[in-house]
Design a protein around this ligand. Structure first.
Ligand code: ZN
Length: 252
């Protein structure tokens, strides 16, 4: 498969190079002698049958990180994919030095990305972001779980337990943890810019059937810049769809 793609790309490149050389008005690119026999008018050259496919070929490596290992930045946690082990606790949790309601902990890499993103929101748009919730342990999730499976995760099934997820709000508290956060300047900025810092809006408005959760415009999951960028560019908004995993509307 990879070999075939490479051959196609090489062939396409040759077509493009040939076309460019033929169009060169100086004739230098075609070499000595070539000009005398070469057709002079663009219309006499054979037109490329297809546009070059290079731009549309997906070279993103979807196997670069594990989807199962709880220490992987790509781990997919949903109602069919609990953390393994269920009481997993990341070993590299650090305090996240940002405005907050609850003291936020995240894994180092995600914490660094949050700090950078919050600073960018301030510098680029004058917005003050705050953490409402970040890492939550199995036992913390036991206390939070309220029996409503559309709104809260059962212990061992929460993305917050990965140490890669933060519920983000405005320092003002406007629309904290509410759907109307989507319409605040902070919510709009995060929706449009989080990917640049490696975060995805994990529970999109129209994806409850896939993710199992209602729209949560405040819940951002760190997956790293390469994956967040790829999802942004391809328009695939859920990890389940991007990786071809089963939809997880309910617990199995
Ligand atoms: Zn959340």
């Amino acid at each position: 498969m990879a070999l075939t793609l490479s051959l196609v790309l090489i062939a396409a490149s040759a077509v493009v190079i040939g076309a460019v050389a033929g169009a060169d008005p100086t004739g230098d690119a075609a070499g000595p002698g070539a000009a005398s026999d070469a057709p002079k008018t663009p219309t006499s050259r054979p037109a490329p049958a297809e546009p070059p496919p290079a731009a549309s070929v997906d070279t993103f490596d979807r196997a670069a990180h594990s989807l199962d290992d709880p220490m992987s930045i790509w781990v997919v946690v949903n109602k069919l994919r609990p953390l393994n082990p269920p009481d997993f606790e990341p070993p590299d949790l650090v305090d996240v030095p940002v405005e907050h309601t609850w003291d936020p902990l995240l894994r180092q890499e995600a914490a660094d990305a949050i700090v950078t993103m919050f600073q960018a929101a301030a510098d680029e748009a004058g917005l003050e972001l705050a953490s409402n919730s970040a890492y939550r342990s199995y036992s913390a999730q036991e206390e939070i779980y309220d029996g409503d499976d559309l709104l809260t995760a059962r212990p061992g099934y929460s993305e917050h337990q990965t140490g890669l997820t933060m519920d983000i709000g405005a320092v003002s508290g406007e629309c904290s943890l509410a759907a109307c956060f989507a319409d605040t300047p902070e919510g709009i900025w995060l929706r449009d810019n989080a990917w640049r810092f490696g975060f995805i809006l994990r529970y999109a408005a129209d994806k409850t059937d896939v993710t199992g959760y209602s729209f949560e415009p405040w819940h951002f999951r760190y997956v790293g810049v390469p994956l967040a960028t790829e999802m942004h560019e391809t328009g695939v908004v859920t990890l389940e769809e991007f990786f071809g995993l089963p939809a997880a509307p309910d617990y199995g």
